[in-house]
Design a protein around this ligand. Structure first.
Ligand code: UDP
Length: 450
């Protein structure tokens, strides 16, 4: 079929999970597949609906008329939030899709849904539409969750203080303390893991990762009996600006322009993680005593129990760091990490932040809070060896030492060098003949067979 002189291979319906770390990679996937000749419809909840200015105009949107509120997110209960999204959205998304099928003149060749929006898989199968699962985190995380039932049965999942430093049987590199746990009842986490691991009705699992980072592809293919396609890092392949749900404060870029090369530590804990007032205080004084310039993202609501972060910053901190500190509510993170002044990233190690840092060759200080962040931190520090972890309770002396070690001291030289080497390997994956390049072509072929 041809439309406006362009070969059209059919319409794709993308169903993202409506959270920052999930939406941008899904839209990037849409942008790439659009460049390969597909028409793109994104079915998005009313909740967290992205502003039209923040996404390309070739994407048409289908609104899922939910009544979700950010109550769960504010309370930090991400797992309940995800379970209720699926329960509430299932009938609403089904109605919207039935209407779309009736009204569109294009053939819907595939429904690609975020693994956390597993209700879309059930709907696609019920409507006899081909579907694929999209994972916005690492395959090591998927592999770890696939071992949960067995580990649970063996009594390993509930945190046992005597085991936290021990290696997990069958999971290379990981200790029990690295398990992707959340602050929620174990039954809720097991239910979410079970639902999101159910890929039986899908013709492939697409993942925003790369062969050079993630090991268990062939084991997963055997276990789940579907092709696994690692096509990342999407941020480097898609030709589009990042879609941000919060307004990015670009004034920090002109501040970075004035700093010397590789001198700035960038600090951000992503869109969901929260800290308490004491941790904020330790972070502040740790940064102050490191003597390095810093760019710190303090997201409103990220300190438990307070909206106004300024009031929580310790007395005298702003004055004593005004020459070398910049604090913003939300930054254009990718631009920040690509800036030559940035020499390190103190991160919660969400998968997107991890990929964004690795793709720019920026080494990390890891402060994982929950879920897959702990796995990512372990890989950053012990497998790829491109960072160090703040292992104990946050403490200003340890923070100052970590910043110095990562960015200045000779002890950190190897880590900084490894980050540059890994950046090159990642670039190779996306180049012609590279693993992500080849997997992307395979993905287009697979969808086109539908
Ligand atoms: N981000 C941003 N500005 C900020 C902090 C974060 O644009 O000030 C973006 C960041 O680039 C990343 C996403 O928010 O793409 C966070 O996703 P990630 O998977 O790292 O963590 P999550 O927020 O899901 O915990």
């Amino acid at each position: 079929m041809e439309k406006q002189g362009r070969q059209v291979r059919g319409r794709l319906v993308l169903v993202p999970c409506p959270l920052q770390g999930h939406l941008s990679p899904m839209l990037e996937l849409g942008s790439i597949l659009h460049s390969k000749g597909f028409l793109i419809t994104v079915a998005h909840t009313k909740f967290n609906f992205p502003k039209p200015s923040s996404h390309p105009d070739f994407i048409s949107f289908l609104t899922i008329p939910d009544h979700l509120s950010d109550h769960y997110l504010i309370s930090g209960d991400t797992i309940s939030f995800l379970l209720s999204i699926n329960a509430e959205c299932k009938p609403l998304l089904q109605d919207s899709l039935i209407k779309l099928v009736q009204e569109t003149e294009d053939k819907i060749v595939c429904v690609i849904y975020d693994t956390l929006m597993y209700c879309a898989g059930d709907i696609a199968s019920h409507m006899k539409l081909p579907s694929m699962v999209f994972r916005t985190n690492s395959l090591t995380t998927l592999f770890t969750y696939s071992k949960f039932p067995q580990l649970h049965q063996q009594g390993y999942i509930t945190v046992r203080e005597d085991l936290v430093q021990d290696a997990i049987p069958g999971l290379q590199h990981l200790r029990f303390r690295d398990l992707p746990m959340f602050d929620c009842p174990i039954e809720a986490l097991m239910e979410l893991a079970r639902n999101s691991l159910n890929v039986r009705t899908s013709s492939a699992v697409i993942s925003n990762t790369m062969e050079c980072l993630d090991e268990p592809v062939s084991e997963l293919q055997q276990q789940f009996d579907v092709p696994f396609l690692t096509i990342g890092p999407l941020l480097k392949i898609a030709q589009m600006p990042q879609c941000s749900l919060l307004e990015q404060d670009s004034t920090c870029i002109s501040w970075l322009d004035k700093q010397s090369q590789g001198s700035v530590i960038y600090v951000s804990l992503g869109s969901l993680a929260m800290i308490n007032a004491k941790e904020l205080e330790e972070m502040a004084w740790g940064l102050a005593s490191s003597n390095q310039p810093f760019l710190w993202v303090l997201r409103p609501g990220s300190v438990r129990g307070s909206e106004c972060i300024d009031e929580l910053l310790p007395q005298g901190f702003r004055e004593c760091t005004s020459e070398r500190g910049c604090i913003v509510k939300w930054a254009p993170q990718r631009q920040v990490l690509a800036h030559p002044a940035v020499g390190g990233f103190w991160s919660h190690c969400g998968w997107n932040s991890t990929l964004e840092s690795l793709s720019e060759g920026v080494p990390l200080i890891c402060q994982p809070c929950f879920g897959d962040q702990k796995i990512n931190a372990r890989y950053i520090t012990h497998v790829w060896k491109v960072g160090l972890e703040l292992e104990n309770d946050l403490n200003r002396a340890e923070i100052a030492r970590a910043v110095k070690r990562l960015m200045v001291d000779s002890e950190g030289k190897g880590t900084r060098q490894n980050a540059i080497e890994l950046k090159k390997k990642i670039e190779l994956c996306t180049m012609e003949g590279g693993s992500s390049y080849n997997s992307l072509n395979k993905l287009v072929e697979l969808i086109s067979c539908n």
